[in-house]
Design a protein around this ligand. Structure first.
Ligand code: KIV
Length: 274
């Protein structure tokens, strides 16, 4: 296990330098306590719009707002001092035009203090990625399975399982890299395509359900901690916090009902009257 000792933030050029070198360790993070726990071990913390489902119980990411992203982005920045923090641009905040995307990305950067934003889409978003990077906003791309398109695609389907699909997805990867993105998430992608794209482009690819062929990996933190009762099948659960939390709450409920108070010795005694 590698523990970082520096306490300034990882920079965008440092992430780019991971290409063909050390894999990029990325996890999603939405709140201050977990940010503190992750900070020494990850290169990037992604305040992903998956927080809509994980933190707010939404059905998909489409109901996530800029305000929600900014609130959680601030919490993660307060809880961390080393990892590079990337905040997702939510649905509706960037697709309309490069100028609208810049205004909302600038709000995210100014109000949270995060270093970069992530947005979904390949060739169709290349102009926007260029517009943002040329104006000082580092962008992480996101191609393959793009959850904000769920109503167009009709579901969350792995991409690149037939070779006929490859040229369009390869073109997306090249467009994102050439537009100036510093890294790109490949989500839900067949391994041979993820491997080919990783070889073809000059920026790190960060895979989620896209095989070990990528330059780094990202998982939703709560999935790998065992808090999701139905995690995606590519997720390894490194801990089982769901059952652990349930057992702890059950013990607590029993203590309260039985009027047991194990922490009683730590309660401040009354002061003696003078
Ligand atoms: O929103 C998110 O958490 C993401 C990751 C799954 C890549 O975009």
């Amino acid at each position: 296990m590698s523990v970082h000792s520096q306490n300034r933030r990882v920079t965008v050029p440092e992430i780019r330098a991971h290409k063909n070198a050390k894999p990029v360790v990325t996890l999603t993070c939405y709140h201050a306590h977990t940010a503190r726990l992750l900070d020494n071990y990850v290169d990037i913390m992604l305040v992903g719009d998956s927080l809509g489902m994980v933190m707010h119980g939404l059905e998909n990411t489409l109901g996530v707002t800029l305000e929600m992203m900014i609130t959680h982005g601030k919490a993660v920045m307060r809880g961390s001092s080393r990892a590079l923090v990337v905040v997702d641009m939510p649905f509706g905040s960037y697709e309309e035009s490069p100028a609208v995307a810049f205004r909302n990305a600038a709000r995210i950067i100014q109000e949270t203090g995060a270093t970069a934003v992530k947005l979904e889409g390949g060739s169709r978003m290349a102009q926007t990625i260029r517009y943002l990077t040329e104006r000082g906003v580092p962008v992480m791309g996101h191609i393959g399975l793009t959850p904000q398109m769920v109503h167009v695609t009709g579901g969350f389907r792995t991409t690149g399982r037939t070779e006929a699909e490859w040229p369009a997805i390869e073109a997306d990867a090249k467009a994102v890299a050439e537009a100036g993105a510093f890294a790109v998430v490949l989500e839900g992608m067949a391994e041979p395509l993820a491997a080919k794209i990783t070889q073809q482009i000059a920026i790190p690819t960060i895979g989620i359900g896209a095989s070990v062929a990528c330059d780094g990996q990202v998982l939703v933190l709560e999935d790998m901690l065992g808090l999701n009762p139905n995690p995606p099948k590519f997720v390894r659960e490194y801990a089982h916090l769901g059952p652990a939390i349930e057992a702890a709450v059950k013990d607590y409920a029993a203590d309260v009902r039985e009027r047991r108070f194990p922490g009683a010795e730590n309660v401040y005694p009354m002061k003696k009257a003078q």
